[in-house]
Design a protein around this ligand. Structure first.
Ligand code: BEZ
Ligand code: FE
Length: 300
């Protein structure tokens, strides 16, 4: 059959000439021509879902250009310090979904939650019981516990990388400081125990001065995160756990802007009267104590 006759066949014409009805199939057909099977799978799903989305909402041209403008500005304000694209993924729950898919831990292991944009690598190493909130405003707080495996055995020398807001709700990148602020790397002792001195975290807003804030402000969706401390806990032979501990009773636990709250991560912050603290210091003011055992799952 020649090219000229084949184009006259109804089947060829159906895929050669575009209509609103056949467009998705034509595009899917063309984007099948990808040698890498994973890229082929991803592009097929992306086209099906994008076309499905557009068919569902039927945007006007003006609405579509508004969307393109929003995405363009979201990219333009992102850089190595500010990642508005990740924030968009966070507030739409996509970051937590990707996190869940990649951390299907066994029941009983400490669950993960989003890392968020405020982690800074190479935090100072602080000895057991040391203070990672030196000079920061806030009510003193001690976090203690044991790192264990799934059978309850202690995991010694696990690395615990912590970061959080100070008592005014600000992270290091939101303070004008060249020194490390509210972060530190601790290690569990041979018996798995660890002890951290910090300050009580408070609830805070996600950054609202960018395109995500522009979007969220047009909704009644919460832009607040409940008070939490971030942890990344790792030890050789175990799956790394990047997670948070949330303060029980916080008013935003049920409306976290990034959907990070899991039941097993909600902990009591217990108020203590002045006296001897878990690291042996004598406290002259009231302070708080949090106890949490991290349970690590063996790497496969
Ligand atoms: C955070 O907990 O630091 C965070 C996570 C996602 C978006 C904004 C902040
Ligand atoms: Fe945070």
């Amino acid at each position: 059959m020649t090219a000229a006759t084949s184009l006259k066949s109804p089947a060829a014409a159906a895929t050669r000439y575009v209509t609103e009805q056949n467009l998705t199939d034509i595009v899917l057909n063309r984007w099948q021509d990808i040698p890498d099977p994973r890229l082929r799978e991803v592009m097929g799903a992306l086209i099906r879902h994008l076309h499905g989305f557009v068919r569902e909402i039927e945007p006007t041209n003006a609405e579509w250009f508004q969307a393109i403008d929003w995405l363009t500005r979201t990219g333009q304000i992102s850089d190595s310090k500010r990642q508005e694209m990740i924030l968009f993924s966070d507030v739409t729950g996509v970051s937590m979904l990707v996190d869940a898919i990649n951390h299907r831990f066994k029941d009983g292991a400490t669950p993960t939650t989003v890392e968020g944009p405020f982690h800074v690598a190479d935090a100072p190493h602080i000895s057991d019981g040391g203070n990672m909130a030196k000079g920061a405003p806030g009510i003193p707080c001690f976090v203690t516990g044991t790192v264990r495996d799934m059978s309850g055995n202690p995991v010694g020398n696990a690395m615990l990388d912590l970061w959080q807001t100070d008592g005014e709700g600000l992270y290091e990148s939101q303070r004008n400081t060249d020194e490390p602020w509210m972060r530190g790397i601790f290690h569990s002792k041979a018996d798995g125990s660890y002890c951290v001195r910090t300050v009580v975290p408070i609830a805070y807003t996600i950054p609202m001065d960018g395109t995500v804030g522009e979007l969220v402000s047009r909704t009644n969706v919460s832009h607040m995160r409940p008070a939490h401390i971030h942890f990344a806990v790792e030890a050789p032979g175990y799956r790394k756990v990047t997670t948070h501990l949330f303060r029980d009773g916080d008013e935003y636990l049920d409306s976290d802007a990034v959907y990070g709250v899991k039941k097993a991560l909600i902990v009591d912050f217990i108020e203590k009267q002045p006296g001897k603290a878990p690291n042996g210091e004598t406290m002259s003011e009231p302070y708080y104590e949090v106890r949490y055992d991290f349970i690590l799952q063996k790497a496969d």
